[in-house]
Design a protein around this ligand. Sequence first.
Ligand code: C2E
Ligand code: MG
Ligand code: MG
Ligand code: MG
Length: 288
Amino acid sequence: DWLPLGFIVCVLLIGIIVWLTRRSFTMGLEIIEGLQLGEFVVHYQPMVALANGKVCCAEALLRWQRQNGSKISPDLFIGYAEENGQINLLTQFVLETVITDLAKLSHLDISVSVNLAGADLASPLFVENLAVLCRKYQIAPSRIELEITERSFVLGQSAINTISLLREAGHLILIDDFGTGYSSLSYLHHLPVDLLKIDKSFVQALGSGAATHHVASHIVQMAKDLGLEVVAEGIETSDQAEILKEMGVEWGQGWLYAKAMPFDDLCKFLQPSTTTPFKPLSSDPLPD
Ligand code: C2E
Ligand code: MG
Ligand code: MG
Ligand code: MG
C-alpha cells in the first residue's frame, strides 16, 4: 500500500516542474510589464571608508515588488533577464533613475555605483547612451561608478574595449564579487579597473578559520601589488571590519553600516559631513 503515496509524490513533482517552467516562460513578459507598471525601484546601499566611517558611494540595487505584493529577489530576476534579453532594459531603467537621483544630491561629495551585466558591455551603443544621459542631467561621469563581475571579462576583447571607453569617459570601474570568478593575477594586470570588491563569502568567513583568512589577505595583497584599492562587501560584524582594516582594506559595505534603502531614506542618512568620495570627484566642465 505504498503505491498511492508514490503516485501522490509523482503528481506533486510533475506539478512543481510544470509550475516552474511556466514561471520561466512568463517572467520575461512580467519584467517588461513590471517596468511599465512601475514595479521596479532602485534602493541604495552606502559604502564607507573603514578608517572613519564616512560614506564614499552608494550602490544602486534593483528591487522588484509586484503589484500583488510579492517580492522577487534580484538573484532570480537578474539572472533570468541576463539569459533572456531583458537585462539591457533593466540597466537602462537603473541608470536613468540613478542619474535623476544624483542630480538631487549635487550638494554632496558622493557617487553612485551601478551593477552592469555582460550584455550591457556587449551593446555597442552603451557607452554613448550613458554619455548622453550624463550630459542631459549635467552629471559628471566621475559620479557614476560601474560594477562589473569577473565573468563579464570572459566575454573577451570587445567587453574589455567597452570598459576602457567607460573608464576614459571618467567612470571608475570596480570588479564585483572578486574571488568567485576566473581572474588570475596575470589576467587582472591587463584589465582597465580601479577597485576590487572582495566577495562577501570571504568577508563572512573571517574569524571563523585560518584558511579563508589567508585567502582574503592574499586577495588584498594582490590588489595592493596591482595598485588597486579594495572594497569589502557583506561586512556584518565589527570584528570583520577590524580584521579587514588590519589587512589594509580601505573601503567597506555591509549591514554593519547600512542595508540597501529607498532614495528618500538615503537622503536622510547622508549629511555633508558624513561623505567623502573614493577619489576626488571631477569638477571638469561637462562635455557638450
Ligand atoms: P552584488 O552586486 O554583489 O550586491 C551585493 C548583495 O549583497 C546585495 O544583494 C546586498 O543587498 C547584499 N548585502 C549587502 N550587505 C550585506 C551583508 O552585510 N550581508 C549579507 N548577507 N548581504 C549583504 P541584492 O540586492 O539581493 O542583490 C543581489 C545581486 O543581484 C547583486 O549582487 C547583483 O549581482 C545583482 N543586482 C542587483 N541589482 C542589480 C542591477 O541593478 N543590475 C544588475 N546587473 N545586477 C543587479
Ligand atoms: Mg555589486
Ligand atoms: Mg558584490
Ligand atoms: Mg554578490
